[in-house]
Design a protein around this ligand. Structure first.
Ligand SMILES: [Zn+2]
Ligand SMILES: [Zn+2]
Length: 113
């Protein structure tokens, strides 16, 4: 919200020619929308969307296509001793890396706690 410095009534955004301006309907005061003002609006929009989902999505297709390194890890389902593994950086950063495993034999996926 921007107010007119002349008469203190609310300025409304209007298209004047090719540029956008804030216009006072009462006294005719105009103020051009500078890029700085626009940038501020953009930042506000971003905040409105809220924080990104923290849930880590395991993309099955992506995991299949990517060649993954293997490690010696015992599968909790079938007891197989070799599993693929990959690491995911958690959003907050203070938890560090989380390691995920996927059994080479039965595709059981689990994470290291
Ligand atoms: Zn005014
Ligand atoms: Zn398994």
């Amino acid at each position: 919200m921007k107010f007119c410095p002349e008469c203190e009534s609310l300025l409304s955004p209007q298209k004047v020619g090719k540029s956008r301006k804030l216009v006072c309907r009462r006294c005719g005061y105009t103020r051009s929308l500078t890029s700085k003002v626009k940038a501020t609006y953009r930042i506000e929009e971003k905040i409105d969307h809220g924080p990104k989902e923290e849930t880590i999505i395991l993309d099955e297709e992506d995991a299949k296509q990517r060649p993954m390194p293997t490690v010696r890890a015992v599968c909790p389902r079938c007891g197989h001793k070799v599993a693929y593994y990959w690491q995911v950086q958690t959003r907050s950063g203070d938890e560090g890396m989380t390691t995920f495993y996927r059994c080479q034999e039965c595709s059981q996926t689990w994470r290291e706690y």
